[in-house]
Design a protein around this ligand. Structure first.
Ligand SMILES: C[S@@+](CC[C@H](N)C(=O)[O-])C[C@H]1O[C@@H](n2cnc3c(N)ncnc32)[C@H](O)[C@@H]1O
Length: 251
């Protein structure tokens, strides 16, 4: 096997069924829902919402099954949010029925797809997304990469796009104007630039407009989410180590 770097790896790959075998293995990992019941219980009691029925509806949904399969067939370092978190965000959005969701950071579009799926079932609401690029994102080591030839948001099924408004540009330029234009935002989801200053800036910018929840991915990268919550006396709930939720109570 001259020219092949690691023949043992190639033999194992073929023995495991090649690309199809790999996709099936990834799909069964994606469909490992074993930890979900504990998280559902925790979220239901801390958020005071009934989300289990919506979660069950998602697991049975044929378009969600298709999304899982598409992900498995295109798997690589996609930089997407976690699948457990995605299932929980869907269930929360079904329970809350937001009219306006804002998100920063689209990339492959898993979070966008999950929000749009919930909005479609709710039969109400718009997702306003912002990404600095609409094209393929440069793949740096450890950074988000799109499968070759794919554009930002490629994962989002065409039928869900009628409730989607995609804005291309730096969130620092787009977010303030979009918020002013729309007057308010029910749910804000941060998943763009994960530096401390940037996260803090997005949370503070959204704060005067937010009605229900601020949700953030990658909260363990720095203390911005924690600091923001304690500065304003908000309590936070964690879906996982990475994703946190702040509920806004306008009392
Ligand atoms: C981690 S990915 C988003 C993953 C996506 N939410 C998902 O679940 O599939 C981060 C995205 O943020 C975008 N981004 C980075 N800095 C940004 C900025 N300053 N303004 C807007 N988007 C930005 C990148 O282009 C990239 O597509």
């Amino acid at each position: 096997m001259k020219g092949i770097k690691d023949p043992k790896k190639v033999i194992k790959f073929i023995a495991d069924g090649g690309n199809k075998g790999r996709a099936n293995k990834i799909l069964s990992q994606i469909r490992d829902y074993s930890n979900d019941p504990i998280i559902i219980k925790k979220l239901e009691s801390s958020l005071g919402l009934e989300i289990k029925p919506f979660y069950e509806e998602l697991i049975d949904d044929s378009s969600f099954k298709k999304i899982e399969e598409t992900l498995a067939n295109n798997w690589r370092n996609l930089g997407i949010m976690g699948l457990i978190e995605a299932r929980m965000l869907y269930s929360i959005c079904r329970a809350i029925k937001p009219k306006k969701i804002f998100e920063t950071g689209v990339a492959n579009g898993l979070s966008s797809t999950i929000f749009l799926l919930a909005l479609a079932k709710n039969e109400i609401g718009t997702l306003y997304s912002i990404d600095i690029s609409s094209d393929n994102i440069k793949s740096k080591k450890g950074a988000t990469a799109l499968p070759s030839g794919k554009k930002v948001g490629w994962l989002i099924p065409q039928v869900l796009r009628k409730n989607w408004q995609f804005n291309v540009g730096d969130s620092k330029t787009i977010l303030p104007n979009l918020l002013k234009q729309q007057n308010y935002c029910d749910i804000f989801f941060h998943d763009s630039d994960h530096s401390y200053d940037y996260m803090m800036w997005e949370f503070e910018t959204v704060r005067p407009f937010i009605k229900k929840m601020i949700i953030s991915d990658d909260i363990s990268r720095n203390s911005a989410f924690n600091d923001f919550a304690s500065k304003h006396g908000y309590s936070e709930v964690k879906i996982s180590q990475n994703v946190g939720i702040i509920t806004i109570n306008h009392s």
